[in-house]
Design a protein around this ligand. Structure first.
Ligand SMILES: C[S@@+](CC[C@H](N)C(=O)[O-])C[C@H]1O[C@@H](n2cnc3c(N)ncnc32)[C@H](O)[C@@H]1O
Length: 257
């Protein structure tokens, strides 16, 4: 039985689509490289969980081609439209709704398990959805990059402030725990990478940081950082030519025997 409240940064927020677009711009290039490195090819059956605004589901559909397929699962599917014909959108709760077993060549999720207190049980379900030989690729956030931000005090303060709020409803340091959990599920060919993307000022990448701050600030009642610091920080985030460390991702891949 599901007892936890679930996802805090709801896609129903009025600026969520823009926020998701910024998240995609930040992380899609490396996610695509990682999926390609698994051998992704025409004919693959793919499961994209917590598909968000759908950029990776769309790209997987293009790679899998007419002989392959993508099942794109999310709690909220309003942003999942204009997708290739081989992408099936399924509105479902990955914690509890039925999921095919031993069915997929690749199962991918990004920034999903961070948010679910049932993350270990969900991990079991994702592994069970793989066909033998199928690949799991999980990419989850971790705050350790924030410790490296010391040359820009406002950026460090703002990132710490929103991560502290998020930590009350999510495991913001889950990325570092993922390798051991994947190994404990008996997966083979395990590989681990860590990424600290940098976003340029004045792009969707930095706008994503500001929007995530705003959504969590609203959720917390609007007082997670003083207004002057927030204003200075947002001004800097809007400056082209300035680069800002974003949230780290730990990416773990493994293959079902
Ligand atoms: C941080 S967003 C990441 C979106 C996308 N994976 C990306 O990286 O661009 C998390 C997504 O997971 C979805 N989600 C959260 N809890 C879920 C659940 N229990 N079942 C299915 N999807 C869920 C949210 O609706 C949201 O779209």
């Amino acid at each position: 039985m599901i007892t936890s409240p679930g996802y805090a940064l709801t896609n129903a927020w009025e600026r969520a689509q823009r926020r998701l677009a910024g998240l995609e711009q930040t992380y899609d290039p490396t996610t695509r490289k990682r999926l390609s490195a698994l051998g992704l090819a025409g004919g693959w059956r793919c499961l994209e969980v917590g598909a968000g605004a759908g950029s990776i589901a769309r790209w997987l559909g293009e790679q899998a081609g007419p002989d392959g397929s993508v099942c794109a699962v999310d709690l909220e599917v309003t942003a999942l439209h204009d997708l290739p014909a081989n992408v099936e959108v399924r509105q479902a709760d990955i914690r509890s709704d039925p999921l095919p077993e031993a069915a997929f060549d690749v199962v991918h999720a990004r920034l999903l398990l961070n948010h679910l207190s049932e993350r270990e049980a969900v991990l079991d379900r994702l592994v069970a959805a793989l066909r033998p030989g199928g690949w799991l690729l999980l990419e989850e956030g971790d705050t350790f990059s924030i410790g490296a931000i010391d040359e820009d005090t406002d950026h460090a303060r703002a990132m710490r402030a929103w991560c502290e709020v998020l930590a009350t409803v999510a495991d913001v340091d889950f990325g570092r725990k993922l390798p051991a959990l994947v190994v404990s599920r008996g997966l083979t060919d395990v590989g681990v990478e860590c990424e600290v993307p940098y976003a340029e000022g004045g792009t969707l990448g930095t706008e994503w940081l500001a929007l995530t701050f705003d959504q969590l600030n609203e959720r917390a009642g609007g007082q997670i950082l003083d207004a002057a610091t927030v204003e200075r920080w947002k001004d800097k985030l809007a400056e082209p030519g300035q680069w800002f460390p974003s949230l780290s991702l730990v990416a773990v891949r493994g293959r079902r025997p």
